[in-house]
Design a protein around this ligand. Structure first.
Ligand code: LLP
Length: 415
């Protein structure tokens, strides 16, 4: 589906003109499409029909409560990486019993919180974490459901900052150590072995790394079964890539076909942790051109969104499409789309052919994932509002922060 498309010469979100949202809520502003969120979740879930599975949305991609609410209503589980994310699952009406807890640095407080909430599984990433979890669970009179996140040492062939399954990476336990760790966990009173987990990276656009990693992990599952350690689920993580520019993402039907092949005749439930795939295309960042500043070397369009709103271009040199909300047929010039923040890295897009005028509205595409989620208050900039469109209805799902809210938790020194 195309949730953001031109109608009568104007970019819309579903049936709502983006210009009307800018008028009502100001810019910069994130706009999400409920239909696009639901469409992506259903496409994945339907593709896996008949295979016992649980989709656990990796909410780090977009943790807005309304986004979580949309997925929870569809029966989604969640992948979390902090106590704060668990609190969001609960606040949004999600089911902790369908929630897996990933991350290399779980604190004692987070372990207690997750045990009390009754999560589905802790994805344990080191022997030290296993020991801590066993102790915390026993002290609480509980048994912690665990799987080990195994590092399969497979190259996902993506940006180095988002590759996580190589042996140089901080994530997971070494493939060669996994059997010994399972044996150790099997003898612990505070933990109960439930599954196994991998996550090799993000924005993956090839099937081969998935195949290689999954085969390695299923081989471990069989070796464990040979020792009498039977697993209930196999969690293959997230990582499905999307198209920002000209990438060719893996079609969901091919991904599902691979999974069906791998799990044919097996008893374990398949767990997945997709983030980006479910939300990236469902969002745009609306911004307005404040000034045009043509120059001798480059022409700058200074907009009211900045790297604090959308960090991906500055951090990963990521490319996001930029479209005028009301395109003009005039002759384009090449523009650097930059924000007002005092850093040369404060660019949202480079060298774009656009016909621009001050006051124009632009939509920055594929901004549903790792966009608002990675925003900050740098330069004391209030975080942007978030709006969810549902057909012809518009819901403000996070209002714009005020300047006072930014420093509300701070204080000056005593006089
Ligand atoms: N599971 C685990 C354990 C993860 O660490 C991640 C993402 C996911 C699932 C979801 O991966 P996805 O399906 O979204 O690829 N900020 C970066 C992406 C960082 C991804 C971190 N981990 C970006 O903007 O591209």
């Amino acid at each position: 589906m195309t949730p953001f498309a031109l109608r009568d010469g104007e970019l819309h979100a579903e049936r709502v003109p983006l210009a009307s949202i800018a008028e009502r809520y100001g810019t910069p502003c994130y706009v999400y499409s409920r239909a696009a969120l639901e469409g992506a979740w259903r496409a994945l879930d339907d593709a896996l029909a008949g295979l016992p599975h649980l989709v656990c949305y990796a909410m780090k991609a977009n943790p807005n409560l309304a986004v979580l609410d949309v997925f929870a209503r569809l029966g989604s589980g969640f992948d979390i990486v902090s106590g704060g994310e668990l609190a969001r699952v609960v606040a949004a009406g999600g089911d902790p019993g369908k929630t897996v807890f990933s991350g290399v640095g779980k604190t004692v407080a987070e372990m207690r919180q997750a045990l009390d909430a009754g999560i589905l599984c802790f994805n344990v990433e080191s022997e030290a974490e296993l020991e801590r979890l066993d102790a915390v669970a026993r002290e609480r009179g509980r048994v912690a459901p665990v799987s080990f996140r195994v590092n399969p040492d497979v190259d996902p062939r993506t940006h180095p900052y988002i590759s996580t399954g190589l042996k140089e990476s901080k994530f997971g336990v070494a493939h060669g150590d996994a059997l010994a760790l399972y044996r150790r966990a099997a003898g612990m009173a505070g933990v109960a072995i439930r599954g196994i987990d991998i996550h090799i990276g993000s924005q993956i656009t090839e099937l081969a790394p998935y195949r290689e990693a999954a085969r390695k992990v299923l081989d471990l599952v069989d070796r464990l079964a040979g020792e009498g350690i039977r697993l209930g689920h196999v969690d293959l993580g997230g990582g499905l890539g999307v198209r920002y520019r000209d990438e060719t993402p893996v079609p969901i039907s091919e991904y599902a076909a691979l999974l069906r092949g791998l799990f044919a005749g097996r008893s374990e439930t398949l767990v997945l942790e997709p983030g980006r795939y479910l939300v990236a295309d469902a969002g745009v960042l609306l911004t307005r051109v404040e000034y045009l500043k043509p120059g001798p070397a480059k022409h700058f369009a200074i907009v009211d969104a900045a790297m604090n709103d959308l960090l991906r271009p500055a951090l990963y040199d990521a490319w996001h499409g930029v479209e005028p909300v009301r395109p003009r047929p005039g002759a384009p010039m090449r523009w650097e789309i930059v924000g007002p923040v005092c850093e040369s890295a404060d660019f949202l897009a480079r060298d774009r052919a656009l016909d621009l005028a001050a006051g124009d509205l632009l939509a920055i595409r594929t901004a549903g994932a790792y966009a608002m989620a990675m925003s900050s208050n740098y330069n004391a900039r209030p975080r942007a509002p978030e709006v969810m469109v549902d057909g012809d209805r518009v819901h403000l799902v996070r209002r714009r922060e005020t300047a006072a809210e930014i420093h509300a938790a701070e204080s000056t020194l005593p006089r």
